[in-house]
Design a protein around this ligand. Structure first.
Ligand code: BGC
Length: 895
């Protein structure tokens, strides 16, 4: 008998250390059924009884309050068109520590020494304690977090498989705690619990300016081991003044700069040494700190892990002891070194995304110039080594397997220097490291180049999902709000990014200033001195709007209404801030031109600092940042900023309706209407065309519903004229590129959309692919015709074009009114010479599939609809059908 399956708690499978007080449960309907009429949920002793409902995604727990540490089993059964199901298998979840009082451990860290006062990366510190286990262990957990990055070892065995813990959050307000099940790692007798703590994001370099000590000067550890023995007694061993610190083999570690590791020290740092008395040389007492425990929280996202390993595609010997290793694709991660000679060696590993004209690894595209510009707050760090690991390998380390786990790099190539042995392909691997997100979206078609483009977009996201969504895994590694706003809808098709986004949004809200301003990067790693020197400010239109656009997308893709409720205040604060700015200030140019404000002026947002459309092809060169920022600060971005205020307030009104905040919804609707009217009044010329008359302007007007109905086609046609005038090339920048092809498709220009998609001269996606891109570039000429690299080669934003492949080419469309694909549309628009296409999305209800092929003048479409959902199918010849659960097949004449 069929039963519900794929049980999930919150957005995770079986969370250990959950701190959400009222969790939600999801399941998939028994295979073969059409829809659910009722369910019964049992969580611990709570029984929902039979509930008449078709809800199977994020069903709220309604039992008694959950308490710290408790582990509950849960199961569900359903009544569907097939009758009553069996009970599902048991799922489980375990609560973490919910209150500061749950912690008896104290914060500890190394006692600050003179060398810690230096500016460079600090060493990783060993912090340890030995203890006796009197009996067999029934259950043991470690709850841990750090200021810095930590890893734990019990009796020299690594605890868990999470990397770069505790992850990156806005540490002043939120610090993630990891929970580890260590039942099997404890042994009767003497045990040693040891942590290695390095600077991480807390104290090490962060952001494009490589600022360090952004969150504090000292690394620290908080860990609590709670164990129960089989005889029923228990023990709690927390970090406290009895712990000791020793040096670790990691002499220096920084996430951006790299790490220096002396493996000769590792050979000596065995268990025996850790048990030496506290007075022994090299063993020091720890400092005990009082840091705030109220910030501690679990993570709604999966952790960062080693997700993959890549073998090199080539190892080339350059000089005597110098090799260039090519891993075939650009990734985020580190290397695994397996080979070693029989002599002691000092290896230097330099990680880069590109090769120079001599075939050597270059960092010219991602590292700072030798003389950093004066506006950078501390330029000495900016010009320090970048992505370089140094490893001293002792003689006789044949069985070496080394990974530098306290740093992380964006790279495809590694220069390996100092090897005393001939380096072979099997001596090294690239380890792909990122948030261990569940893959949910796939696409393939008859055009290999488009498949490679899709692959590059997937890998660009993988390279930029290291606990936070970043712009690039190299130069800046910052959670730029605009970048995630642009890519989140694409990512939500490809991977389950619900928890990952929620985590980031919580930080966005935590950091938002009292007046509603949203910082450009979350967590904010942009130094205020830099902003002052450049005369710029946070809260750029299209960036800060992530506060509204991202929660809305996550709601659409996963049906997470509670996330909307959690973010409601933050969203309103952002839109209110923008509306207030519009009402209270005017751009000097507009004020000069119209000294007496017109009625609509109060709805024009033309002040504040805005990046604008950003990086339109040939617009400007990132090298002249200082001048460009000054120009941006002085420019009138009224058209763009007002358009985003309209867009965000329109969505906020819809969100208000979802949440039942009717009064607020009406207020935001008014802002949306007034800004639209003002925008039309101000930015549409008498002849109906736009003042800006640019590709980006028309794309935005059409995508955001700003073009009046009577001008819509005119605007679309003008867009096409501009594309033709550019030789059938796009000229949109960062913000509008993702909307370009969908807008063309919706306005009757699907042929032009495919021509741009398949364009292979610069600027175009396929020019990138043809020049060997394995991830999406920041600049269209990321590798120029001479093969020189420019800017980051791993910036996912332009990769959002693959949403066109999912939503238009394959035609899988989410609908606003039925989130999580409860009711969706399949409306493929064939073109581009494609003869077949297949897209699959693992939605919250199950697999959605759209595949088509052209055969003997006919268009064949296969649609798979998961249980619990229905779909509307629109065929290219205009036919419409309602598709039921299971496989559906349609045929129409190919046009
Ligand atoms: C980043 C972008 C970001 C931008 C702000 C760049 O340096 O890499 O992706 O959004 O600054 O305009």
């Amino acid at each position: 008998m069929a039963r519900p399956w794929a049980l999930r708690v919150e957005h995770l499978d079986a969370p250990l250390g959950l701190t959400t007080p009222v969790p939600r449960f999801s399941w998939r309907l028994p295979p073969g059924c059409r829809d659910q009429h009722a369910y019964q949920l049992q969580v611990g002793e709570w029984d929902s009884g039979r509930v008449e409902s078709d809800q199977s995604v994020l069903v709220t727990y309604r039992g008694r309050s959950l308490v710290s540490r408790e582990r509950l089993d849960w199961r569900v059964r359903t009544w569907t068109d097939q009758g009553a199901s069996e009970w599902s298998d048991h799922g489980w979840f375990e609560m973490g520590l919910l209150a500061p009082e749950d912690w008896s451990a104290r914060w500890i860290g190394p006692v600050a020494t003179n060398e810690d006062g230096s500016r460079g990366p600090g060493p990783a510190h060993g912090l340890q304690r030995a203890f006796t286990v009197p009996a067999y262990v029934a259950r043991a957990r470690i709850y841990a977090t750090a200021h810095g990055v930590y890893e734990l070892f019990l009796n020299d065995r690594r605890v868990g498989d999470m990397e770069l813990t505790p992850g990156f959050t806005s540490y002043g307000s939120r610090l993630q705690v990891q929970t580890f099940d260590v039942t099997r790692l404890l042994e009767p007798g003497t045990n040693v619990l040891r942590a290695i703590v390095s600077d991480g994001w807390f104290r090490g370099q962060v952001g494009g300016c490589r600022m360090s000590r952004v969150y504090g000067d000292d690394v620290a550890l908080l860990a609590q081991l709670e164990a129960q023995w089989v005889d029923g007694s228990s023990v709690c061993i927390g970090t406290d003044g009895t712990w000791t610190t020793t040096v670790s083999p990691i002499v220096a570690a920084d996430l951006m700069q790299g790490t220096t590791v002396d493996l000769r020290l590792a050979a000596r740092a065995g268990r025996a040494e850790l048990r030496t008395p506290r007075s022994a040389p090299g063993v020091r007492r720890v400092a005990v700190h009082e840091y705030d425990l109220r910030r501690l929280c679990g993570s709604p996202a999966p952790p960062v892990r080693r997700v993959d390993e890549l073998a090199p595609i080539s190892v080339t010997r350059h000089e005597n002891d110098q090799y260039v290793i090519d891993f075939g694709r650009n990734i985020n991660g580190w290397i695994n070194l397996r080979g070693a000679g029989d002599r002691e060696a000092e290896l230097t590993l330099t990680h880069g995304e590109a090769l120079d004209q001599h075939g050597d690894v270059t960092l010219s595209n991602i590292a700072a110039e030798p003389t950093a510009p004066a506006y950078i707050p501390d330029s000495s760090k900016l010009t320090a080594e970048f992505q370089v690991d140094r490893v001293t390998v002792p003689a006789g380390a044949e069985a070496l397997s080394f990974e530098p786990r306290h740093t992380v790099h964006g790279f495809r190539y590694v220069r390996l220097e100092g090897a005393s042995y001939p380096v072979e392909l099997e001596d090294v691997r690239a380890v792909v490291v990122h948030t261990d997100l569940r893959r949910t979206g796939w696409f393939a078609c008859s055009d290999e180049r488009l498949n490679r483009l899709h692959d590059a977009a997937v890998w660009s996201f993988r390279g930029n999902a290291c606990d936070i969504p970043t712009d690039c895994p190299t130069r800046e590694r910052q959670g730029w709000t605009g970048d995630w706003q642009i890519f989140a809808p694409t990512a939500a098709f490809l991977f389950d990014v619900a928890g990952f986004s929620a985590k980031w949004l919580h930080d966005l809200a935590a950091e938002q200033s009292a007046d509603g301003l949203v910082f450009d990067c979350v967590p904010n790693t942009q130094p205020s001195e830099l902003y002052e020197k450049l005369g710029i400010a946070h809260g750029s239109a299209g960036w800060g709007d992530a506060a509204v656009l991202v929660p809305w997308e996550i709601y659409r893709a996963y049906g997470d209404r509670d996330l909307l409720a959690e973010q409601w205040e933050s969203m309103c604060a952002w839109v209110d801030h923008a509306a207030r700015s519009a009402a209270s200030r005017r751009h000097p140019a507009r004020a000069r031109q119209r000294p007496l404000p017109a009625n609509h002026d109060r709805w024009i947002l033309d002040t504040g600092f805005h990046y604008g459309e950003w990086l339109e092809p040939g617009e400007w060169d990132l090298r002249d940042i200082e001048d460009n920022m000054k120009a941006l600060a002085a420019a009138d971005h009224g058209e763009l900023a007002t358009a985003y205020l309209h867009r965000s307030s329109r969505l906020l009104a819809a969100i208000g309706r979802v949440l039942g905040h009717e009064t607020a919804a009406t207020r935001y609707e008014r802002i949306a209407d007034c800004t639209r009217r003002a925008w039309r009044y101000e930015f549409i010329r008498d002849d109906g065309l736009l003042e800006s008359d640019s590709q980006a302007g028309y794309v935005r007007a059409l995508a955001f519903g700003l073009s009046p109905a009577k001008h819509r086609q005119r605007h679309a046609n003008r867009l096409v004229e501009l594309i033709r005038a550019a030789g059938t090339h796009l000229q949109t920048g960062f913000l509008s590129t993702s909307h370009l092809l969908p807008v063309l498709a919706r306005t009757g220009h699907i042929d032009v959309a495919y021509q741009l998609l398949l364009q292979d001269t610069e600027p175009s996606w396929l020019a990138m692919i043809d020049r060997g891109a394995t991830t999406i570039w920041e600049a269209w000429d990321g590798i120029d015709e001479e093969g020189r690299p420019r800017l980051s080669l791993n910036h996912y934003s332009k990769g959002a074009v693959v949403s066109f492949l999912h939503q238009v080419t394959a035609g899988i469309q989410l609908l606003d009114e039925a989130p999580a694909y409860k009711y969706f549309r399949i409306a493929p628009m064939p073109g581009g010479g494609l003869s077949w296409v297949r897209a699959v999305h693992d939605s919250p209800y199950g697999l959605v599939e759209a595949s088509w092929r052209l055969e003997e003048g006919r268009f064949h479409l296969e649609v798979v609809v998961p249980s619990g959902t229905t779909a509307e199918v629109r065929l290219p010849d205009g036919q419409r059908h309602q598709a039921g659960v299971g496989p559906n097949h349609y045929v129409c004449p190919a046009r």
